[in-house]
Design a binder for this molecule. Structure first.
Ligand SMILES: [Zn+2]
Length: 499
């Protein structure tokens, strides 16, 4: 399988040569928030797409005068933080169960509103309850809510005081997972004595208070099935305690800059993104399988994806599904991992086909589009007479990795430009630095190229052909340089001299 890693900051992609495998996910099962939900029965609207089970980001809108409650399903394209998660299960056309819970982004005020509204629902204070899309289309209408797990008066009171402090301190506060009588008392004390205090002083007191909350770091995984013409995108949202340990991805980098960049991300839990190719299922099947695995008790999204992309056939199937995994920058103690499942780009399969046929010229636009197979792209440029592009890209690849086969492509492009002495130098560095099996391919490619481009075989050019006609092991960096300078290779020609 093919996996690539893209740095979110630079937008640059680079290939990873390791299998997608994650072993030590440092979490212990599900977050206790999972229990704090309410449940009610709904009647799905007839026009409802054939959703069986899905989660949604949601907001709650309360119309006090009309005594109407509306849960609005929100699309999170813009990645704003949404206070509630709505979980929907459709059992039959006239029966669906529905849960709503504060998201990890919910502030004290959001928790207060949630507890207050749930308590009002229990007392049947709303005449109507709806679930609608952000475009205002009705998804569901309630009938006889059956609620459980409703926050009690003390709990709601705690959230109320805390949200009032949040407002006075002019800061976002996230409530503790456990409301102890001790915490309750401190919050009540600060609240009572807050009247004459400045917001700056209250803020300091609340910050001190928050230290007692012991809210653990958590990870929210939001899986989204991107589908054209779907009114509501299906989602699967789940929460874990702890953050994912990046170092359990055993990535290997040739380029020292990329390596340093990655190490920094491991240290800072920085944002980055992964792309995974699904060759086994189309997007809808893939998503449904994820739901099944989750219902079977699997909770690690990486294990789930790994299971689902496993290829059982010997031949590599075409890519059906594109899976993007975005590790967003943590917001406070919450890190979000966004997984987007969508149909694969057919151009990718075309690229793989052209690559298999070694049709590098036709593959050029595809290589460019996906920023992949850059060594082949440089070679394609040279074959296509785009010598400057070939040399620039080869130089870049050599800077990134001295042992790259791009030396040979650079030599070829220079032959195309009739710069035989420079070509000889490029090839000479190549035969000393390139660790890939270049003999006799590099020579054969050169001879084919000379033939194809009708280049006259001068004595100078023959020297280049001769150079490539002898198999040679690469020099070690500590050996003396091939040029006779008596300096170490590392300090001489291996000090990449691209210009
Ligand atoms: Zn040298």
């Amino acid at each position: 399988m093919s996996l690539y890693l893209a740095s979110a900051s630079s937008g640059q992609r680079f290939k990873i040569y390791k299998d997608f495998s994650v072993k030590d996910w440092n979490i212990e099962g599900f977050n206790p928030l999972e229990g704090q939900t309410m449940m009610m029965e709904f009647i799905p609207d007839n026009s409802l797409p054939s959703v069986v089970e899905a989660d949604f980001w949601a907001t709650i809108e309360e119309d006090v005068i009309d005594r109407t409650l509306t849960f609005k399903v929100v699309d999170r394209e813009a990645l704003e933080y949404i206070p509630y998660i709505l979980k929907l299960k459709i059992h039959s056309l006239d029966n669906a169960t529905f849960n709503i819970q504060p998201s990890p982004f919910a502030s004290a005020l959001d928790w207060y509103n949630w507890s207050r509204i749930l308590r009002k629902m229990k007392k049947l204070e709303y005449r109507r309850t709806f679930v609608i899309t952000s475009e205002g289309q009705y998804i569901m209408k309630t009938c006889c809510p059956s609620l459980n797990n409703i926050p009690d008066a003390a709990e709601a009171g705690f959230y109320k005081k805390l949200s009032s402090l949040q407002e006075k301190a002019n800061m976002e506060v996230r409530p503790p997972h456990q409301i102890t009588s001790h915490l309750n008392k401190i919050v009540a004390d600060i609240e009572e004595n807050s009247k004459e205090k400045s917001s700056e002083v209250i803020k300091q007191e609340v910050e001190l208070l928050e230290k007692n909350f012991n809210v653990p770091k958590s990870t929210i995984v939001s899986v989204e099935l991107k589908f054209e013409n779907k009114i509501i995108p299906r989602r699967l949202i789940f929460e874990h305690q702890g953050w994912f340990n990046y170092s359990s991805f055993k990535f290997e980098f040739n380029d020292s800059e990329q390596k340093a960049d990655w190490n920094n991300k491991v240290k800072t839990q920085g944002e980055f993104q992964l792309g995974v190719h699904g060759r086994t299922f189309d997007p809808l099947d893939f998503f449904n399988h994820l739901i099944r695995l989750k219902s079977e008790g699997e909770f690690n999204i990486f294990n789930m994806i790994e299971k689902l992309i496993e290829i059982k056939s010997e031949e590599l199937p075409t890519v059906k599904t594109n899976i993007q995994i975005k590790f967003l920058a943590p917001k406070g103690i919450v890190q979000e991992i966004r997984v987007i499942i969508e149909e694969a780009d057919e151009d990718y399969n075309i690229m793989e086909k052209l690559l298999g046929e070694e049709n590098f010229i036709e593959a050029i636009p595809h290589f460019e589009k996906f920023h992949l197979h850059e060594e082949n792209l440089a070679y394609g440029y040279a074959l296509n007479g785009q010598y400057e592009e070939a040399i620039n890209l080869a130089d870049k690849l050599i800077r990134r990795d001295l042992s790259s086969v791009a030396h040979m492509t650079k030599g070829l492009a220079l032959v195309g430009k009739h710069e035989y002495s420079l070509a000889y130098e490029a090839y000479l560095l190549g035969v000393n630095a390139c660790t890939a099996e270049w003999y006799p391919v590099a020579r054969d490619n050169l001879l084919k190229f000379i033939d194809l481009k009708n280049i006259e075989l001068t004595d100078q050019l023959q020297k280049v052909v001769d150079l490539l006609s002898i198999k040679k092991a690469p020099l070690k960096l500590k050996q003396n340089c091939y040029c006779g300078s008596k300096k170490k290779f590392k300090k001489c020609h291996a000090k990449v001299t691209t210009n």
